[in-house]
Design a protein around this ligand. Structure first.
Ligand code: ATP
Length: 299
């Protein structure tokens, strides 16, 4: 092997998932936002969870539950002051760059630029994520095709509907061929048809690539239909974890007054309160921007 081949092989093994490793492991994860001089309340309070390789895992909970803070720690965007997070066996505190190379992340905040075309937006991400120059055009076209935006690829993104913007953001995250796709409320504010089209894209990509998906949502029906396993989160803690069927079975056992529980009943049972539902409308680019403005405080 030449020294260049050695270096390339070393870099590849450096970012390769450890054999048999789970996609994400969090143990005792805590995070507090400082308020004034003192420490604020814990946004994340001792979270233990495992996302298995190849599954769609949903972190489900109401606004303020701590979902975004948890995934920002997993994606290395927040430090882990207490506890441990591993992504494919790599400790996020010590191997930040290796972890980042394995991830695609779609934040709640708008990440598409309205003054660029869809193709230009995805090409920008391909450059940022160091997709080799010779492969870039093909990989951008592939990512756009995966989210059904080939025809609209050369239109300004500012003319896209809300659902198309979300699918474009998926393409931006997919262009680097990540092993773990992390999506923060990917369907918030969309109508049911647009929500379904976003989920169909996620499903199709997962089937084609075997990639692991970690998604936050507060839509029970989506979690029930599309997630293999769910972590119910409330007030910084995971209140219950399992497949939708397992969680419902536990409620049936523990609360016989619910012989046929929905996930809403499951949440109420484990968290002791209702999960508020979000607003739904298809909207346009500026609606998406407005909907996600609440999340900008996290940035
Ligand atoms: N930058 C910040 N500064 C101070 N407090 C914050 C900040 N970001 C989040 N928080 C607080 O941390 C807690 C958890 O917020 P987080 O955004 O993780 O919840 P969430 O479940 O993702 O809800 P949402 O869907 O509304 O973002 C909330 O009480 C929130 O107000």
């Amino acid at each position: 092997m030449t020294s260049t081949e050695n270096a390339t092989a070393a870099a590849a093994s450096d970012t390769a998932p450890a054999p048999g490793a789970d996609a994400v492991v969090c143990r005792g994860l805590e995070y507090s936002f400082h308020r004034g001089r003192g420490k604020g309340a814990k946004a994340v309070d001792g979270v233990d969870l495992t996302v298995r390789t190849g599954e769609v895992f949903g972190l489900l909970g109401p606004n303020g539950a701590g979902k975004t803070t948890t995934i920002r720690a997993i994606t290395t965007l927040l430090p882990v002051p207490s506890g441990m997070v591993r992504v494919f066996g790599h400790d996020t505190a010590r191997r930040q760059m290796q972890v980042r190379r394995l991830l695609g992340y779609v934040p709640q905040q708008l990440s598409a630029e309205s003054g660029l075309t869809g193709r230009e937006n995805v090409a920008l991400f391909a450059r940022v994520f160091d997709v080799p120059h010779a492969e870039r055009a093909a990989r951008v076209a592939q990512a756009l095709a995966a989210v059904d935006l080939t025809e609209a690829a050369d239109r300004m993104c500012g003319t896209y509907s809300g659902g198309m913007v979300r699918r474009l953001e998926l393409a931006q995250a997919l262009v680097s061929a990540p092993r773990l796709l992390v999506l923060d409320e990917p369907t918030i504010g969309l109508d049911p048809i647009a929500r379904t089209s976003v989920w169909e894209c996620i499903e199709a990509v997962r089937r084609a690539t075997g990639m692991t998906v970690l998604v936050t949502t507060h839509y029970m029906d989506e979690a029930d239909q599309y997630c293999d396993r769910i972590g119910l989160m409330d007030r910084g803690k995971i209140r219950a974890l399992g497949t939708p069927a397992e969680l419902k079975a536990r409620v049936r056992e523990q609360a016989p007054e619910h012989p046929d529980p929905t996930l809403d009943d499951v949440f109420r049972h484990f968290a002791g309160r209702d999960l508020a539902r979000g607003q739904a409308s298809e909207g346009d680019f500026s609606d998406v921007r407005r909907t996600r403005r609440t999340a900008s405080r996290v940035g």
